[in-house]
Design a protein. Structure first.
Length: 253
């Protein structure tokens, strides 16, 4: 008779333990939700034994984990910025078959990367992606009030009173929406470009804030996160972040 697989080895005494799905995510292999799907589907094993409990406790550095029979180790951290074009969905897959940011990165030979925050389908500009989930959490934590800067083309020429109103804020669907700073960049006869800075990020925050004042959005481009600016990175292109850029974003503002 074939020898049955050994029970999974217990983490060393005193080692911090986390759920198996979280460990896979922290190693940069996949997102936590994806890890949970893999585990429930029987694709993940620990010391040769298939695990179906995403919360099974293992140590972050514990060996013997495989996915589809392939050993899983710590993946080197990757940090990049992408100039997202309008029309791409920030999702690994879309149930409606729409193009995603991952389609644009498919030929780059990159490991799994998760988006650090979101941009909706109609929005453009600076999007961060990384497999370092701890770093990503530092950036997206609402408690840090990290500033994000947007250039927004609107369908009117707002006056000073209207600009002040955007900073004062409005209540919408039970949420308070306000901009930290608003400035008029340039104006034509019928529309204008605004620079809007947020230090929090509600769902469709800017669009809802402007709509509450009767203003329509023609284009919305994120140009900076903290001190990191999109610069001259071409639309649809990406680049790795420099080490000092990674650390500057890691630090609390």
């Amino acid at each position: 008779m074939p020898t049955p697989p050994r029970p999974p080895s217990a983490p060393a005494r005193g080692a911090a333990r986390h759920g198996l799905a979280r460990v896979l995510s922290k190693r940069g292999v996949c997102s936590r939700s994806q890890a949970e799907q893999w585990i429930r589907a029987g694709r993940v094993a620990l010391d040769g034994r298939v695990m179906r409990n995403p919360e099974y406790p293992v140590a972050q550095g514990q060996g013997g984990i495989t996915v589809d029979g392939q050993p899983v180790g710590d993946t080197a951290p990757v940090y990049l910025m992408f100039n997202k074009p309008r029309g791409l969905v920030v999702s690994a897959a879309d149930e409606r078959g729409r193009a995603t940011v991952y389609d644009a990165l498919a030929e780059a030979g990159l490991p799994w990367l998760g988006p650090v925050g979101r941009l909706d389908k109609a929005s453009e500009g600076l999007l961060l992606l990384s497999n370092d989930t701890v770093w990503a959490a530092c950036i997206t934590d609402p408690a840090t009030h990290r500033e994000k800067t947007y250039h927004v083309q609107v369908d009117c020429v707002p006056d000073a009173r209207l600009l002040a109103g955007l900073g004062d804020g409005v209540s919408d669907q039970g949420e308070w929406l306000a901009a930290r700073r608003v400035a008029l960049l340039r104006a034509g006869e019928k529309n204008a470009w605004l620079e809007i800075v947020l230090d929090e990020g509600r769902n469709r925050h800017i669009r809802r804030l402007l709509a509450a004042h009767g203003i329509g959005v023609l284009r919305l481009v994120r140009v900076a996160i903290g001190g990191l600016r999109l610069g001259d990175l071409a639309k649809g292109r990406w680049r790795h972040l420099a080490a000092d850029e990674v650390e500057a974003l890691r630090a609390a503002p």
